[in-house]
Design a protein around this ligand. Sequence first.
Ligand SMILES: [Zn+2]
Length: 338
Amino acid sequence: MLEFDWPTTGNENRLAELERDIKSGQIAHAYLFAGPAEVGKLTAAKHFAKLLICPNQACGECSDCKLIRGNTHPNLTIVDELWIEGINEDLATLAKKSNFNQSHRTKNPKAKTDTIRIDDLREILSRLNHSSADWKIFIVHDIERLNREAANFFLKTLEEPPPRTTFILTTNNLPLLLPTLVSRCRVLNFGNVSPSAIEKMLVKKFPDLSDSDRTRVVNFAMGKPIRAQKLAADPTVFREFKEYFEKLKNLLEKPNTAEKLAFAERVSADGLETQKFLEAFAYFLRSFLLTRAKNPVANSRYSPQKIVELIRRLDVTRQMVAKNVNARLAVEDLLLQI
Ligand SMILES: [Zn+2]
C-alpha cells in the first residue's frame, strides 16, 4: 500500500521501495529506473525528486513545488529532450522539458542527434554547487544516450559522489550501459502495467472516452500507461497507431516481399521506432497465438508451431537490436520469415 499519491499507473512495488527510502532517510547516491519506454519511469523520477525536495510530501502549494512545476528549481536538474539541429530547435519549448543550459549544442559543431556528449555533461554537472547546503537532484532520462566518453566521465562522478547529491537515471536499454556504471546505482526494474490498471486510469483521467475507444487504447498501449495517455489525449497519435496496426496485420495476412523490405526500412530508421515495432509485433504474435489456440484454423499459413517459432525469432531480433547490430538487417531478416 502506497502512502504518497504518485501520478503514475502500476509498478507500485518499486514506488513502495522509494517510499521506504524516504521514510528511513536512506537515499542512495544514484538510482537507475530500468524498464520499457512509456511505463512512467520519468514521471516516477520527477515525483520522487519532488518528494525529496518539498518539505511537505510534494504538497503542490509551497514555493519548492511551484518552482519544480515551472521546471526552474535551482536544486533540480532535468535532462530530458535535447536541442537537435533541424529537429528540436525551439529552446523555449525545450526549457519546459530540460532545464540545463543547452546553448552550446546550437554552436558549431551543432548537435545532430540526441547523444549526450561530454560538453553536455560538463554543463549539467556545473549545476552542482558544493558550497550550498541544499540537496541537489539530477534526473537524466534515457542514460543510454551518453556516448562512451561521456559515460566514462559520468562514471568518475558516480565513483566519488558529490555530497548531498542524488542522481535519478532512467534507461530502456540496460544492456547498452557500462556494467560499472550500473553497479554504482541502485537499480529498480520497472515493467509493463496490466491492462486492467491502464483501463482504470483511463476511466479516471479520460471520462469522456467511449467504451470502444477505451478498449482500443488499452490494446494499442500494450502495457504502457504513458502511451495510453498520449493515445487518449491526441486523436492524431490514435490514428497513427490504428494505421500502424492495420499495416502490420496486412503484412502478416498478405505477405509481400517489397512491402516487407519497405516496412523494415521505415521501422529501423530510429531506435524508438524499432522498439515500437518489436513490441507491436510481439503483441500481434501473442494475440494470434491465443486466438489460434481457441479457434484452430485448418490450412492456415500460421500454425501455432509457426507462431511460436516467430516469437522465438523475434526474441533473437530484440537481442540483436539491443546489442546495436544493424537494426534494418535484423528486422528484414525477421520479416522475411513470415
Ligand atoms: Zn511542496
